[in-house]
Every structure is written in structure tokens, then in C-alpha cells.
Design a protein around this ligand. Structure first.
Ligand code: C5P
Length: 225
């Protein structure tokens, strides 16, 4: 079986407020994107790694990337469009499966990715890393209207692994119909395709705000001890 990866990295990262895309912030001497790509690089299972960056991105070419499997792809306006561009670019490779992983999640462990790959390939169905919700969850705007039972609530993480053809079709159709797509699984759910929830580490955080960045610095330093 052939598995290719897509790393969406074309966001502007406005919530980080640093004036350049957040994946180029440095942690322990390397950019967030380099940490993420190093983690994916540990997986010999991946035949290609399509990194989706904006056409205006002048930082990517400055990175010291020795990984031969990396290819650069142009980003889109929304994350889902960036992923779709990655899928189109991978058509020359014709992968059976595609693993999508946020550039902004450098803390993922190769072992968690292997667990996801094994679970999905063994059962022949797509899936995502996810963490059971630990907090008490409220629904409301200015005041809480209710407490939502959390037994069935999961936090969606990445990577997300799906059969290449099914994901491409689901994303194309969902985008053309204007469905709200915030991850690959939302397109697959909409297309009534299976999405297996595979337990992953909850410290596989997405770096979005300055607080996340501080936490990631601490966690990455600890991983590298
Ligand atoms: O904005 P957010 O943190 O949810 O983005 C998740 C990932 O998707 C980031 O790695 C970001 O670079 C990427 N992205 C993208 N294309 C966009 C928007 C976000 O590749 N248009």
C-alpha cells in the first residue's frame, strides 16, 4: 500500500499576532514547520510529503530541509482548499491513502501516527487521531444555556487518514456545495463515509495563540530531553 502525506501550512496565523505565518516561529532552534516535518520524516511508510504553502511565502525556501520526499504545493484561501490542492498535486503519485497533518502540530509522536495507520489499514476504513473531552462543556453565548454530556465528545486532532480517492471526491463535492469543512473528517462525515476515532495524546496541540506557543515550547523541549 502507498501512503502519501499532506501538510497544510498556507494559513496566515493571524491569531498568533507575529506578522508572519506561525509555523515559522522558532522552538528549540528550529521552526515549528521543521519540527512537524521531522516527525513525519520518521515514518518510512510515507512515500511523499506535500507541503502546502502560500504562493507569497518567502520563508519556506529558506528552511534547511534534507528530506527528499517533500514537494511544495500552492495553498488556497481556506484550509480545505489547501488540502484539495495537495490532493491534486499527489495525483502523479497515485497513493492509496492520504495522511493529512497540520503544520501547526509539531508535538505529534510518530508512534501515534503508526497506531492510526495500523488501525485504518487493518480495518480498511478512514480515521483520525482524537482525544476524549476532559472538561465540562457548556453551550451558550454570554450565559450558559446547558451542560453538554461529554461521554460522546471527542476533540479532533491530526493526522487524519483516508483513502485518497474517497477524500478527494468528498472534499470536492462538499466544497462545491458550500458545506462548512474544518477538517478532512467533516467532509467524510458529510459524504457518509466512516471516520474511526483513534485515541491520541491530548498534548498533540495545534499552536494557534501565544499561550499555545508557550506550552509547545515547554512540551517540545521535554520531548527532546
Ligand atoms: O488556522 P488553523 O490553525 O486552524 O490552521 C490549521 C492548519 O491549516 C495550519 O497548519 C495552517 O497553516 C493550515 N492552513 C492552510 N491553508 C489555509 C488556512 C490554514 O494550509 N488557507
Amino acid at each position: 500500500i502507498k501512503i502519501a502525506a499532506i501538510v497544510p501550512a498556507a494559513g496566515v496565523g493571524s491569531r498568533m499576532q507575529v506578522g508572519y505565518p506561525k509555523q515559522y516561529l522558532k522552538v528549540a532552534g528550529k521552526t515549528i514547520l521543521e519540527h512537524t516535518l521531522a516527525k513525519l520524516g520518521e515514518l518510512s511508510e510515507l512515500c511523499k510529503i506535500a507541503v502546502v504553502v502560500s504562493d507569497n511565502d518567502e520563508y519556506f525556501c529558506e528552511l534547511a530541509l534534507s528530506e527528499q520526499r517533500i514537494m511544495r504545493v500552492s495553498g488556497g484561501k481556506e484550509r480545505a482548499e489547501s488540502v484539495l490542492n495537495g490532493l491534486h498535486a499527489l495525483s502523479e503519485v497515485q497513493p492509496d491513502w492520504v495522511l493529512v497533518h497540520d503544520a501547526a502540530r509539531p508535538l505529534v509522536l510518530a508512534d501515534d501516527i503508526r497506531t492510526l495507520i495500523n488501525e485504518c489499514v487493518r480495518n480498511d476504513e478512514g480515521g483520525i487521531l482524537a482525544a476524549k473531552v476532559k472538561d465540562t462543556i457548556k453551550r451558550g453565548n454570554t450565559h450558559s444555556l446547558e451542560t453538554v454530556p461529554r461521554e460522546q465528545l471527542w476533540q479532533a486532532l491530526t493526522p487524519q487518514l483516508f483513502p485518497y480517492k474517497n477524500l478527494k471526491e468528498a472534499l470536492e463535492q462538499a466544497l462545491s456545495k458550500g458545506v462548512l469543512i474544518t477538517d478532512e473528517a467533516s467532509a467524510m462525515e458529510w459524504a457518509r463515509q466512516p471516520v474511526k476515532l483513534v485515541s491520541g495524546r491530548s498534548d498533540n496541540i495545534k499552536i494557534t495563540t501565544p499561550e499555545d506557543y508557550d506550552l509547545a515550547c515547554f512540551l517540545l523541549a521535554k520531548q527532546q530531553e
